[in-house]
Design a protein around this ligand. Structure first.
Ligand SMILES: Nc1ncnc2c1ncn2[C@@H]1O[C@H](COP(=O)(O)OP(=O)(O)OP(=O)(O)O)[C@@H](O)[C@H]1O
Ligand SMILES: [Mg+2]
Length: 257
């Protein structure tokens, strides 16, 4: 069980702003995300969702604003320092070592994590690493594919492998950028089921385009448009919001009903 109090805040973003030339990709965004919830961020192309993740993980720096994860201000830290603060992410474009097996991919991530947390790697025994790899592969349901090359996996299984790699960091906050993008309905369902399970043990923030997925999976949804927060609420509140329908789905009268 996680040591999180009832009112704990997993992620707090305050006045976060990032400009690219004349474009304000993330425009004075503020929100608190409670722990133990599966939070989703949706919004049309170019809304600033991935940029928001890049700001949280230190890939890019904000022009203004703060990022606080479980009470720790991580604003301005370098990506590897933020990883050490136990924030993990997956990328919108899938990135695993295609020439390595599932087990080898996860082993690499575990070794990197061990190297980060302990300068005395030998303190972690070979069998402890093996156990950790087996547990992570099992957690995402890929045990039958332990020795399968990543290049031979289905698209859905690659996504699960990516999540296993992110979990190797023992994150307290896991950011998933469009984890079911490009998947068929069956793979989507399998991946969504796993994400729901994983969200019981780590705070998850999910960027997703597929509204059906978001409504099925999320406890709470933030809608971004043009760099700002347009709406926030439960799936029921968001799906009935005229402002969201207009910005995200197209104006109601234009919607393909
Ligand atoms: N490194 C960059 N340099 C310049 N402009 C950028 C950069 N990164 C993002 N942008 C711009 O910022 C805006 C927000 O992009 P972002 O990738 O955050 O959108 P998104 O909501 O993730 O969209 P999508 O749903 O298509 O993934 C876009 O107009 C994009 O072109
Ligand atoms: Mg994006």
């Amino acid at each position: 069980m996680r040591d999180v109090s009832e009112n704990a805040i997993a992620l707090s973003v305050n006045g976060l702003t990032r400009r690219f030339g004349g474009l304000v990709a993330v425009d004075n965004v503020s929100f608190d995300l409670p722990a133990r919830r599966l939070n989703a961020i949706i919004g049309p192309n170019g809304a600033g969702k991935t940029t928001l993740f890049n700001l949280i993980t230190g890939e890019i720096h904000p022009n203004a604003g703060r990022v606080v994860v479980h009470g720790q201000d991580i604003t301005g830290l370098k990506p590897h320092q933020i990883v050490r603060n136990r924030v993990s992410r997956t990328l919108q474009i899938k990135s695993v070592f295609s020439g390595l097996s599932v087990g080898e991919n996860v082993r690499t991530a575990v070794m990197v994590h061990e190297g980060l947390v302990s300068p005395f790697r030998s303190a972690t025994s070979y069998s402890a690493v093996n156990n950790r790899v087996a547990a992570l592969v099992d957690q995402v349901g890929l045990t039958p594919h332990m020795h399968t090359l990543a290049s031979a996996l289905s698209y859905g299984d690659v996504a699960l492998l990516e999540i296993a790699l992110a979990l190797a960091n023992e994150p307290q906050l896991l950011l998933l950028d469009e984890p079911v993008c490009g998947m068929g309905p069956q793979e989507t369902e399998q991946t969504v089921r796993k994400i729901r399970e994983i969200a019981k043990t780590v705070d998850v923030v999910l960027i997703e385009h597929d509204m059906e997925v978001v409504f099925a999976i999320a406890d709470e949804i933030i809608v971004m448009a043009q760099g700002a927060i347009l709406a926030r609420g439960t799936p029921a509140e968001i799906s009935s919001s005229p402002a969201v329908q207009e910005a995200y789905l197209g104006a109601p009268e234009e919607a393909d009903l």
